[in-house]
Design a protein around this ligand. Structure first.
Ligand SMILES: [Zn+2]
Length: 245
């Protein structure tokens, strides 16, 4: 199968291909990643997560469809909920900025696939300027929260999959805008040595994740995530484990 706009996030595509978000799932918890792949576990979609998708949909020109598919973004009186009014404000703000819009002017939601480190990958680029750069739009709480999300891994994989497809290594940028009361926004380039380091980390981990995904190796549960809690059985533990005073 070949991922396209309609099946990109589907179970078949997730079984056949690694994606950056699936790779990050394996980093967090192999048992949870496998439960997602089997279709037994779905991460709850929070309104905070939907805000990013709302802004993505705007730039892709599919906001009307997005609104039809997500009635939860409206109140009972059919007004946009506060988070999405804020999203509209963010869109209006960045639209007034020439540089920001230049980075968002590439081909939207461009899907590419390639084999890398012995496994098949799929990526979806927010804004792909052929021969020039790769940009990903991020709506974040504030700039300080950006490193937490490990966008260096995304940049490294996107850059390498694009290079395998086209022969050209393109710089990777985050077009970031904040949900702060007054929106801040800038274009962050992830330096090449940071991307190189992240890619070497992926190459070191992927063999095990691929072995888990194919069923050769048992997935290790982290024991702490929501999925692990949802399938656990009670145990007897020492009160003193909890630390306390
Ligand atoms: Zn877990």
């Amino acid at each position: 199968m070949k991922p396209n706009d309609s099946n990109y996030h589907g179970q078949k595509a997730n079984k056949a291909y690694f994606s950056v978000s699936q790779y990050k799932d394996f980093m967090k918890c192999e048992a949870m990643a496998m439960a997602k792949i089997r279709g037994e576990y779905k991460q709850p979609m929070t309104r905070a997560l939907l805000v990013g998708s709302f802004v993505d949909a705007y730039f892709e020109g599919t906001l009307k469809q997005f609104m039809d598919e997500h009635p939860e973004i409206f109140t009972k009186k059919e007004a946009l909920r506060a988070e999405f009014k804020k999203a509209n404000e963010i869109i209006a703000r960045v639209k007034r900025d020439e540089l920001f819009m230049k980075f968002m002017s590439g081909e939207k939601q461009k899907i590419l696939t390639a084999e890398m480190f012995g496994v098949k990958w799929k990526i979806k680029i927010d804004s792909y300027c052929e021969g020039v750069c790769i940009a990903d739009l991020k709506v974040v709480r504030n700039f300080k929260s950006i490193p937490f999300w490990r966008y260096d891994i995304q940049g490294a994989v996107y850059q390498e999959i694009t290079r395998i497809n086209t022969g050209t290594r393109l710089p990777f940028y985050l077009a970031a805008a904040t949900k702060e009361k007054v929106t801040d926004f800038d274009i962050f380039q992830i330096p090449q040595d940071t991307l190189d380091f992240a890619l070497s980390e992926v190459s070191g981990n992927i063999e095990r994740y691929a072995a888990v995904k194919s069923g050769e190796v048992e997935p290790a549960p982290c024991g702490e995530c929501d999925y692990c809690k949802s399938i656990k059985s009670a145990g007897i533990r020492s009160y003193n484990e909890l630390g306390g005073i």
